[in-house]
Write a protein that binds this ligand. Structure first.
Ligand code: C2E
Ligand code: MG
Ligand code: MG
Ligand code: MG
Length: 281
């Protein structure tokens, strides 16, 4: 009897895996068309300075799937990376973020996440040049967020890519700091404009002395290198106060502002042209 149940369990297990695989295949297919169909859009999350003023926004991509609803990037970026449609998505995000930011009333910074694939592709410089040229966004307003993983893959190549990007006049932030394969040696080697403390460390703040020790050490390290620090994932007043006290330069998180569409508040160029279209009728 036990044997029988065991086999049943295995069958159940494999059919669940089948289901998962079919699910992923279907998503991969849909994803290939998502850009063309205009199903992707960007939410923006504010980044706040010590004076309480908004310094910039991080662009975060979302997928409005026709039947599955809104899918967060963590659920489709990895699929896109494996199935080869990431390049198209990356290009779209960079262009769209620059285009929208160029239309903002205030010339704030726009931070765009760069996937490992995009960094490796070799045409990132060309893509950035094109985005800046086509949208008219000034280079000093664009910040690319890269993760540690990107840097250690090929140190000398990564360094070259970063120097080229820096020569365009854009900014570079190190995202999710402390969660990758941290080696402190690259901090000195790369021309970073900002270090983003990952939200796991912010979550640890106020919970234990150790959590505070880590955040304090990261801020001290960054400042020692002359690099400003941004803490992400701030959800409470207490976390915010501690970070301010510890000298953190910028803050981001639900406590300050959730990622949201900016289209309604700051009309985009598409919004303008649509309005123009209507007034012509
Ligand atoms: P990330 O770059 O570290 O982005 C921050 C993530 O933390 C976002 O999740 C954001 O919504 C979330 N977050 C912000 N504040 C809080 C908070 O106070 N509490 C909590 N619990 N979470 C908070 P999201 O939008 O789901 O993005 C997840 C990741 O997906 C990003 O992490 C980034 O690695 C990637 N991603 C997002 N947009 C893009 C994109 O356009 N291109 C690429 N390549 N990756 C992207
Ligand atoms: Mg980011
Ligand atoms: Mg992050
Ligand atoms: Mg992250």
């Amino acid at each position: 009897r036990a044997k029988h149940e065991g086999r049943g369990a295995i069958r159940l297990f494999t059919s669940a895996m089948d289901q998962q695989l079919r699910n992923r295949r279907a998503l991969e297919q849909d994803l290939r068309l998502a850009v063309e169909r205009g199903e992707l859009y960007l939410d923006y999350q504010p980044q706040q300075g010590r004076d309480g003023g908004t310094k910039g926004y991080e662009a975060l991509v979302r997928w409005r799937h026709p039947t599955r609803g809104i899918i967060p990037p963590g659920d489709f970026i990895p699929i896109a990376e494996r199935s080869g449609s990431i390049a198209q998505i990356d290009d779209w995000v960079l262009m769209e973020a620059c285009r929208e930011a160029a239309g903002w009333e205030q010339p704030l910074r726009i931070a765009v996440n760069v996937s490992a694939a995009q960094f490796r592709r070799g045409d990132l410089e060309a893509q950035v040049r094109k985005a800046l040229h086509d949208t008219g966004l000034s280079a000093s307003r664009l910040e690319l967020e890269i993760t540690e993983g990107v840097l250690i893959e090929d140190l000398s190549r990564a360094k070259k890519t970063m120097q080229v990007l820096k020569s365009l006049g854009i900014l570079i932030a190190l995202d999710d700091f402390g969660t990758g394969y941290s080696s402190l040696s690259y901090l000195e080697a790369f021309p970073l404009d900002r270090i983003k403390i990952d939200r796991v460390f912010v979550a640890g703040l106020g919970q234990s002395e150790r959590g505070l020790a880590i955040v304090r050490a990261v801020i001290g390290l960054a400042h020692g290198l002359g690099v400003p620090v941004l803490a992400e994932g701030i959800e409470t007043d207490a976390q915010m106060s501690l970070l301010l006290y510890e000298g953190c330069d910028e803050m981001q998180g639900y406590f300050i502002g959730r990622p949201r569409s900016l289209a309604a508040k700051v009309p985009s160029s598409r919004g303008k042209s649509l309005a123009a279209l209507h007034s012509q009728r």
